[in-house]
Design a protein around this ligand. Structure first.
Ligand code: SF4
Length: 329
């Protein structure tokens, strides 16, 4: 089995699988209030197709980590069964999932029992009014209950993903960290990226990694934890540890040089980068009877053409047409 390597020598071991583009929140940096036109149902990969592609990826392409994303993956009918089938693959991939937490209180136990290893929950505020303003839904309590259930189910470390925006929630960085420290959660701040469907991203509104570290250092001692490697987050021990906090500086300190990620969209397109402006159609090949070798070859070809990085600082930067909600984290 030859590794999945791009033209820059980067070895890809992390497959992100979007199971749906649908979501039950309307976060302002990700979706308009009315939502988006969802993918046609017939274009969405079936459970069998998802399990087949992941099976080929772990057996023939050296993928070791699989992250299930959306939209909101908890909305995917049959999710627990998909997790169980992925956990039964040989070799077994490490299984993670990124969710907004709505419905997690009900599903955490079943997902853990099915074989899910880790979970990331998005949480941008501890204040109900801000949650409603940001997500256009009054569901903060559900998210907090989901976090508790994930911990109780042993999906540890339970990670919390937070996007800070100037004038919206940047004043909550310390409160979010203290909440996570108190509840044994691992917080990661993510710089806001230009992936919104409205193409309204404004670098000045983005709170930078440097600002985040400075804010947290006002109340805590942060000690950097070694090299980042392919891990997107720069990690810091908080007050000598063992608790850590992560900062993902996607825009100001890109980690593309060590990128090990490839994505599969819910409608069966391979994206070799979060910011790819081209995709490789796997769904048509799957439904046209392609054998496993052909499927693997198509994924390899998609990776071979990967660019060096996201190019956000490039004056010719083009934001992808496909919105974040249809790409997945
Ligand atoms: S922006 Fe693209 S190349 Fe850079 S880390 Fe993300 S997926 Fe990898």
């Amino acid at each position: 089995m030859a590794a999945l390597v791009d033209g820059f020598g980067r070895v890809h071991t992390d497959l992100r699988v979007s199971l749906t583009d649908k979501c039950n929140l309307r976060c302002s940096y990700c979706m308009p209030p009315e939502g988006l036109d969802w993918l046609p149902a017939e274009s969405v990969l079936t459970d069998d197709e998802v399990v087949r592609v992941v099976g080929i990826a772990v057996r023939d392409l050296g993928i070791t980590d699989v992250r299930l994303t959306g939209g909101e993956p908890l909305l995917r009918r049959g999710l627990v069964d998909i997790v169980a089938r992925l956990a039964a693959l040989e070799p077994r991939p490490r299984l993670a999932l990124t969710t907004n937490g709505i419905g997690l209180a009900r599903m955490a136990g079943g997902l853990a029992a099915a074989g899910l290893d880790r979970i990331n929950v998005s949480l941008d505020t501890m204040h109900r009014a801000t949650f409603v303003a940001l997500s256009r839904r009054d569901r903060l309590d559900d998210v907090l209950a989901g976090l508790d259930a994930a911990r109780a189910a042993g999906l540890t470390p339970v990670k919390v993903n937070t996007v800070l925006m100037r004038g919206v929630n940047e004043d909550e960085a310390l409160d979010l960290l203290d909440y996570c420290l108190e509840h044994g959660l691992e917080l990661r701040f993510i710089e806001q990226m230009p992936l919104d469907p409205q193409h309204g991203w404004d670098r000045d509104v983005m709170v930078t990694a440097e600002e985040i570290v400075a804010t947290l250092s006002a109340r805590h001692t942060l000690t950097p934890v070694g090299e980042r490697g392919s891990n997107p987050a720069e990690q810091y021990l908080v007050d000598g540890g063992p608790a850590v906090v992560g900062v993902i500086a996607s825009v100001t300190k890109p980690f593309c040089a060590a990128c090990d990620r490839v994505r599969l969209t819910a409608d069966g397109q391979v994206r070799n980068c979060l910011f790819a402006t081209e995709e490789s159609d796997l769904r048509t090949a799957l439904r046209a009877g392609a054998d496993d070798a052909m499927v693997a070859a198509r994924i390899r070809a998609a990776i071979a053409g990967k660019r060096a990085g996201h190019g956000i600082d490039d004056p010719l930067f083009l934001q992808p047409i496909r919105p974040m909600s249809a790409i997945g984290g």
